[in-house]
Design a protein around this ligand. Sequence first.
Ligand SMILES: NC(=O)C1=CN([C@@H]2O[C@H](COP(=O)(O)OP(=O)(O)OC[C@H]3O[C@@H](n4cnc5c(N)ncnc54)[C@H](O)[C@@H]3O)[C@@H](O)[C@H]2O)[C@H](O)CC1
Ligand SMILES: [K+]
Length: 504
Amino acid sequence: MKIITVKDMYEADRWTMEEAGLDEIVLMENAGAALASSIQVGEGNGRVILAGKGNNGGDAIVMARRWAEQKIPFSLWLLCPPEKLRSAPRQHLNAYVAAGHSFTVLAPDTKELLAEELNVAHLIVDGMLGIGTKGAPREPYRTILQWANHSQAIRIAIDVPSGVSEDIHQGEVFKATRTITLQAPKTTAFHPRWTSFYGQVEVVDIGLPDKAFEKVEVRRQLWGQEQVRRTYPKRAPDAHKGTAGKACVFAGSFTMPGAAVLAGKAAIRGGAGLTTIVTPKSALPLIAPSLTEATYVAASDEDGHFSGELPALGSFDAITVGPGIGRRKGSALLVDQLLEAENVPLLLDADALYHLSEDVSRLKRRGSPTILTPHPGEMAQLCGVKVQDVQTERLNLSRRFCQEYGVFLVLKGPHTVVTTPSGEQFVNHSGNAALAKGGTGDVLTGVITAFMMSHGSVQAALCNAVWLHGKVAEVLVEEKHSLTDVTASDVIDGLPSVLRTVEK
Ligand SMILES: NC(=O)C1=CN([C@@H]2O[C@H](COP(=O)(O)OP(=O)(O)OC[C@H]3O[C@@H](n4cnc5c(N)ncnc54)[C@H](O)[C@@H]3O)[C@@H](O)[C@H]2O)[C@H](O)CC1
Ligand SMILES: [K+]
């Protein structure tokens, strides 16, 4: 599903109206109808619908008419005088009134009543401001947003939570429990400043033809279960360990053996046919007893860490370097040599990214796919910017980086973003806060390593691994864990149940 900017959405709207001849009134009717059927009204009274003066308010007015016809009690508040409404919402207000339904206009003498209604409401529907918002909400929206946010009600936002805007501001924003987005998810839903205001996001179809988005250069998509099922490769019935891929994982040290265990186990669970762990000699006995299915190469060791000498290796289908390797000179030398490894996809994670950031331009010399899996701190270091700048520019920064250095990038975080060397982007739609724990990144690296070998496309491999990793966390918390207790090993143990659903 395509993720779009406000400009894209208005362009698709324009095409639909001017080229396809579907009127704004019709789209608004579709929006209101979709909203009315998708919002659960709950028991009792205390439903408040807030309508602003733009088309977002128009959607709310149509929804109100639909509810009124179903005899669902509510109160509709218009936050501007009716004559100030834009044309389409005004027409829909006329239809609402003609059908015999009532509303209240916000005015100095009704303000107290609205404050009281919001205070006791069990459901608030926010049709105040949509994608036409510029900057922080002004009055009267600001005050009403404060009242709504203080209420104990379930809060549903139409299209976007009021106050969300592409220009970042610190003003008041509707804290939605759930946002029902029209036609396509908007980029703001994945912006760290706004994500938490969206709550749960649901997309409803309001009848814009797919063709409306053809002219729009849409290069960002959501990646979820549907896409995983479509792209997950079937294992051939005559597969053997050689055809399932030979992975070489440079990982671990005397002080961080666990990272190698986690990455190796996850690669094996993720389907790698053969997994070889290359680790400093003194770390090997700490790793091997916990990972019986792997083979090992003992690398030359200096104080429990890689000395930098690259051991003689056979041929592999994928090389991964990083988990637990540490930041000493030896592992820096190792990374330098592996960057020269020709004809093999190379994944750099964790401390390998630290070493890479010394001279990122080395990436430009690589001839085969290179995959980087930074968290925001590592990304900041790679780009020479502050972590905060990474967070506010996740999508744009990733795209610029990938296009400049010709790499695949997995920028981790809530809504992990996968970017290809040509700048196509895929925003992941699974996961939860249980993954905020040491070791889960090593697990992801292991799964990616395996998927790079089983999938024909690196992009699909990355997106599917990221989705699977997040989905496992969701299932663990749904079935037997809390957000607090999940460990990286639990994530490995949870892989089979989700993989089974994908293989079906
Ligand atoms: N194709 C679709 O997706 C459709 C979406 N619809 C809905 O229409 C809105 C966008 O409508 P628009 O009228 O362009 O914008 P708003 O409703 O967001 O109204 C903006 C309104 O508010 C004023 N304003 C702007 N910034 C501020 C601010 N910071 N403080 C106060 N006021 C502000 C501005 O002057 C405008 O008057 C979209 O989100 C959907 O909900 C259509 O209904 C159907 C097609
Ligand atoms: K809204």
